[in-house]
Design a protein around this ligand. Structure first.
Ligand code: F6P
Length: 323
């Protein structure tokens, strides 16, 4: 193998650029020529790729987002779309690919390997919902951004004795909400993995005020059955008499656009270096992630077949700490 390519796919995540830089530079060190594919799988199908030198990836380690761009390409979900992509690779002499991305991206990577094209995945998504990596690139930075907002909202919530609902991202996974709720000292956390009814959350908050709290902070995952705005409307309608005033804030893409912190830069650099190493050793069909502090390779077949569970003990812990 002499020529490999790298792409970023799905939602961007802080640290993706550090991963691209690491693939390019460690790839060159292994004697590869490294191509960058623009706009994720869309760029594979359209053949939009260019050689990257060590200098091309200079000055990007500290940048959020991805210099290669990212996209969601429906056509790649079809076998015909993937065949086009493989043709584009072979026309350029590209024989291996590193896919930096989350769940959907690694499903695409697995489909490519099933068609015989060597791919190694790098776990990167702010959702932290990938089996095969306890932490994915971007989640630590996204958590810190959410926390900064939560800390600020708590200040104003306390001044006015208000309830604040803060909605964080995570798609169908409650990890960001759970962890930012614990680290931000939330009174309640609402996640998709555990169904709750608005009434019980209202009661929790009422009890928190009775225990002498000056605010009620509720962190809500975007994928939960009731989002922050719905819960806020419910509280306003049904709990006028409870004496708390409610506000809702949705953090949205603010969480994705940040400057990667040290953890994400180092994680990205290490995971991507190992992905290149795997290709150099002639291995593929695996996701490179972090498990028990070690850089590991998990078969993509396992990654795509098994959803990553949340630790229910953490939710219990959050409840205890909200006393
Ligand atoms: O997967 C990352 C993520 O930010 C999710 O948390 C969120 O649900 C989704 O992407 C948003 O996607 P888009 O950027 O296409 O609106």
């Amino acid at each position: 193998m002499q020529r490999i390519a790298v792409l970023t796919s799905g939602g961007d995540a802080p640290g993706m650029n550090a991963a691209i830089r690491s693939v390019v530079r460690t790839g060159i060190a292994h004697g590869f020529e490294v191509y960058g594919v623009l706009q994720g799988y869309r760029g594979c199908i359209d053949g939009v790729m260019k050689p990257l030198t060590a200098r091309d990836v200079g000055g990007i380690i500290q940048l959020g987002g991805t210099i290669l761009g990212s996209a969601r390409a429906l056509e790649f979900k079809t076998e015909e779309g993937r065949r086009k992509a493989i043709r584009e690779f072979y026309q350029r002499g590209i024989e291996g690919l590193v896919v930096i991305g989350g769940n959907g991206s690694q499903t695409g990577a697995y489909a490519l390997t099933e068609m015989g094209f060597p791919v190694v995945g790098v776990a990167s998504t702010i959702d932290n919902d990938l089996t095969g990596s306890e932490m994915t690139i971007g989640v630590d930075t996204a958590l810190n951004i959410a926390l900064e907002a939560i800390d600020r909202l708590k200040v104003t919530a306390s001044s006015h004795h208000r309830v604040f609902l803060v909605e964080v991202m995570g798609r169908d996974c409650g990890y960001l909400a759970l962890m930012s709720g614990i680290a931000g000292g939330a009174e309640a956390i609402v996640i998709p993995e555990v169904e709750v009814n608005p009434e019980s959350i209202a009661l929790e908050i009422e009890h928190a005020y009775e225990r002498g709290k000056s605010h009620g902070l509720i962190v809500v995952a975007e994928g939960a059955k009731y989002n922050a705005q719905t819960l806020a409307s419910y509280f306003r309608e049904h709990h006028k008499d409870l004496g708390f005033d409610v506000r809702a804030t949705t953090l949205g893409h603010v969480q994705r656009g940040g400057t990667p912190g040290a953890f994400d830069r180092i994680l990205a650099t290490r995971l991507a270096a190992e992905a290149t190493e795997q290709l150099a050793q002639g291995r593929s069909g695996v996701l490179i992630g972090l498990l028990r502090g070690e850089i590991t390779a998990t078969p993509l077949s396992e990654v795509v077949a098994n959803p990553k569970p949340l630790d229910p003990k953490l939710l219990e812990l959050a409840k205890v700490l909200a006393m």
